[in-house]
Design a protein around this ligand. Structure first.
Ligand code: CTP
Ligand code: CA
Length: 226
């Protein structure tokens, strides 16, 4: 790993990154989830390490691997992701929530494999916990960054999330395009901080996007805390 010391802005800071999808069980062999690959979050974790931070990556199921200087914590459900993040929250300086969390989960989880019987079946869903919003409500010293996956009115919806979830910054993603975002190699995002910094990052690979995002976060963090 090359460490460009002159550019390291987060030496010794504790950064927690969440990545990947979460999965919610229907029965022992089936689940609800989404197409998130984990690529963006994993790239963010490595970019944070390159900035000199101690990095923990809390990730939903993903086939990716991460450099072993990053502490990896694997989770499956939204509730597990919440628990693993909360355990560490007090010690963390910056949280970057790139995970694509399932918004709903089956209200009832069958303990036996569901048999096919009727012509149609209804599975009732209930909302999962909004991890990021909970972190925002319990925020003290932490700098909190969310992602916004939007298929329309990207800017407007992203800004709403920045305020409603009590974030310090939001990274907005247009997921209506299939060449960027979910499960793609590239991304194109707009970064917006509560302090008023705004930056469009043009289409490039997720590692490149991640570097830009970490640079913006580190600068804003320094302006606020140093
Ligand atoms: N998020 C979370 N817990 C949830 C849902 C979302 O922590 N149960 C986080 C995501 O990790 C992301 C941010 O909230 O950082 C925004 O996620 P997004 O799906 O864009 O927004 P939602 O608040 O879920 O609203 P909607 O899906 O309706 O746009
Ligand atoms: Ca959502």
């Amino acid at each position: 790993q090359q460490h460009e010391d002159s550019q390291q802005q987060l030496i010794g800071k504790n950064v927690l990154v969440s990545a990947g999808p979460t999965q919610e069980a229907i029965d022992p062999v089936r689940y609800f989830s989404n197409y998130s690959s984990g690529k963006m979050g994993f790239a963010i974790a490595e970019a944070a390490y390159q900035q000199g931070a101690n990095v923990t990556l809390v990730t939903g199921p993903s086939s990716l691997s991460v450099i072993n200087q990053v502490e990896r914590v694997d989770v499956t459900t939204t509730e597990e992701m919440y628990q693993e993040i909360m355990k560490r929250y007090d010690q963390v300086d910056i949280v970057i929530k790139a995970a694509a969390v399932a918004d709903y989960r089956p209200k009832k989880v069958y303990d036996q494999k569901m048999k096919k019987q009727t012509e149609s079946v209804t599975i009732e869903l209930e909302k999962t916990r909004d991890i990021l919003r909970t972190l925002g409500e319990e925020k003290r010293h932490q700098y909190l960054v969310g992602f916004a996956a939007e298929s329309q009115n990207v800017r407007q919806n992203g800004e709403k999330k920045l305020y409603h979830k009590h974030l310090d910054a939001i990274v907005m993603n247009d997921i209506s395009r299939d060449d960027i975002g979910f499960d793609a190699d590239d991304n194109e995002v707009v970064f917006l901080s509560k302090s008023g910094k705004q930056k469009s990052i043009e289409q490039s690979s997720k590692p490149t996007i991640a570097k830009h995002i970490l640079d913006l976060i580190a600068r804003d963090w320094k302006d606020i805390y140093e």
